[in-house]
Design a protein around this ligand. Structure first.
Ligand code: MG
Length: 240
């Protein structure tokens, strides 16, 4: 019996072109620190530290710890000089990406999550925890699904694994005290999201913003458009 619904965020509950988002984000953050160092070097280091974070399967270190272990190395300036600009970026500049990309909430998204919560399902935002909480909460705001009593939102401060490592999903199960059979993972990425199925978690592929370009792929148990998903979840009654 399903008790926990795990939603991917980007391209699943909030729809936009993810490549355009990454491009816009990297340009904007590079611009923000351009008075301190070469933006190209900054972005190169940012991506390399992110790769290290994704590769790490050390359960004793959070993604944030792995990131900051790699990022300063060879940067050419002290981290303390850089961090105020990064903090300001997430507060002031990152929110503006919503308008650049023209992201608007999916009308049914908030209603669907609220209904699941009121029917006593546990709802998890299982977004790849490569970003700080502030940047994840901001993207939830773009999708109009912020401020709800989620059981867990995976962030780089609190997660020790990233997608597509299957350990990412095992860590969620462990935090919630759930077995795979009690959970369903809903996402738009045939690699990062559907790999949850390797543990026995049921999977639903949302095809509106389908990403099928990962290093491997899995077949979902269910698939459909976001509208199909809403209908699929409508059939979920109360837990109990
Ligand atoms: Mg996604």
């Amino acid at each position: 019996m399903i008790k926990t619904i795990m939603f991917d965020l980007d391209g699943t509950l909030v729809h936009y072109d993810y490549d355009a988002f990454v491009r816009t984000y990297l340009e904007a953050v590079g611009r923000k620190v351009a008075h301190l160092l070469d933006p190209r070097r900054f972005v190169q280091k940012l991506l390399a530290a992110t790769e290290a974070m994704i590769a790490s399967v050390d359960h004793t270190r959070t993604n944030m710890e792995v990131f900051w272990e790699h990022f300063p190395d060879g940067l050419g300036i002290a981290v303390e000089v850089l961090t105020p600009s990064l903090d300001e970026f997430y507060l002031q500049d990152f929110p503006q990406i919503q308008d650049v990309l023209g992201v608007t909430p999916l009308p049914a998204a908030r209603h669907t999550v609220e209904k699941l919560l009121s029917n006593d399902y546990e709802v998890v935002i299982a977004t790849n925890p490569v970003f700080p909480a502030i940047a994840i909460e901001e993207r939830m705001r773009w999708g109009g699904i912020d401020g709800l009593p989620y059981h867990l939102v995976t962030t780089y401060e609190t997660s020790c694994y990233c997608k597509p490592n299957v350990e990412y999903y095992a860590e969620i199960l462990q935090k919630l005290g759930r077995s795979p059979e009690e959970c369903i993972m809903i996402g738009n990425n045939t690699c990062e999201d559907l790999v949850a199925g390797d543990l026995g978690i049921k999977t639903y592929l949302v095809e509106d913003c389908l990403l099928d370009i990962g290093p491997f792929r899995r077949e979902p148990d269910y698939r459909g458009t976001f509208a199909d998903l809403v209908q699929f979840l409508e059939s979920f009654g109360s837990v109990g």
